[in-house]
Design a protein. Sequence first.
Lengths: 380, 171
Amino acid sequence: MGPQHPATHGVLRVILEIDGERIVKATPVVGYLHTGIEKTMESKLYYKAIPCTDRMDYLAPMMNNLGFCLAVEKLMDIEVPEKVKWARVCLAELSRIKSHLVWLGTHAMDLGAVSMSLYTFREREMIVDIYEACGGQRMMTTYIRIGGLANDIPPDFEKLVRKFLKVMPERLNDYETLLTNNQIFIRRTKDVAVISAEDAINWSLSGPMLRGSGVKHDLRKDNPYSGYENFDFDIALGEKGDTYDRYKLRLEEMRQSMRIIQQAVDGMPPGPYRAHVPGVVLPPKDDILHKMESLIFHFKIITDGFKSPRGAVYQGIESPKGELGFYISSDGTNRPNRVRVRPPSFINLACLPALCEGSLISDAVAAIGTIDIVLGEVDR
Amino acid sequence: MEDQVRKFLQSRFAEAVVREENFRGDQSFYIKPEALYDICQALMEDTELDMHYLADVTSVDWLGHEEEMGGRFEVVYNLYSLQHKYRFFLKAMLPADNPTIDSLTPLWNGANWTEREVWDMMGITFTGHPNLTKILTTDELDGHPLRRDYPLTYEVPQFNWNKDDPPEVIK
């Protein structure tokens, strides 16, 4: 099955040994999209490594930017302004909804509800428009930078987000009318690809795959970053750990994300969009045109970067797929010695044999869909 | 939590802990590689510490810093407690030639692919791994790309147009 198969969400290949319609053994084969992103990042200055990050999970690029920038900020001990934190939370949660919408559309399409993707991509378009208003890019945004944002959030940002928040709850209910009580969908997903809580922990699963089995683990609550402790939201949990549970859970996550976005736009504090750390954080664009020092720092940072202290930091964030971690090991120069991405899709995908061995071939499609992989991140 | 982990390691594996490090709140313990499996097994069985979640296995190449680090390759185990919401790192230094360490796959299924990736990208052998094969790179690729002495632009994959005329090494 694969690597060119529409239900494998990219270039995943699964070697299935079958007995009639039953799967005896499943072996996922990955690496078709390997581009050596971790190696590339080692050779780049910290600033110039940011564009590498959103090529991994291209369905939620802001999440990757955020994870890497938080890790570098931790390494350099930079405190960012409040406004940046709130804007980042808002954008990160929009990314989560965006990623879940693509998942919902494709997953339902795999299971026979072809029209779903038309609806979910309609709403995704609204989020992509918000991205475009912010950074000018629709997918590879590179909008979140070390110490702040690429530029100030645009004037019509609030209007666009509020419009989205107004439309979205109703649309989510529409999705539910199409799927939640749909007999075909229920029979394709209930008791399919079940994983117990112990197994999920043993397989190092994270994100909806872990919470779907009832394990309460969400880095936004457990180890808050970027000011998540200021927001009021609940963690959605599943019970049995089957595909249907994870479907319900992701829908609930979208609702909780909207709660967070609502709080973020309501309480967005005023202030600068970048931290003031000369020599490390790029000065604001306006200053470069009017102040000599800012121009010098800008030139220095772009050409030579900044020296990082020697040491290793790890920053994990809760991406739509699970725990996305950046481990940066620095040897004291202006380039990282090693950047390790803890890829949630890669580690979640490892349990695919456990999910679909012994089940029908058509259930393998449901299992691949429910893991919610993005091959750019699996192969890096 | 830090003290509890330290007490646990000191009481049972005092001679295995080489040194510890705390950088920006990330606690790491450098241990002797041969003690890794026993420590992890003890952690698995310990219910009080609840370090049952192996978040990640990765490695760092310290080419050029071998003497100060005490070995060329650093293997990093990222352990997390779901109950205490606490993360710490176990690190082991391995020599430049034939770096070998015990596999944790018998304890954690989650270590299976991450260890394969470390082997593929960094060339560290995990003894006791059920299926230590390439995972990300192509079968034709020789070497381990994430090593610091592996050139960045070395092009090995061959296509129809250069089948008879292999590309030059560009460093």
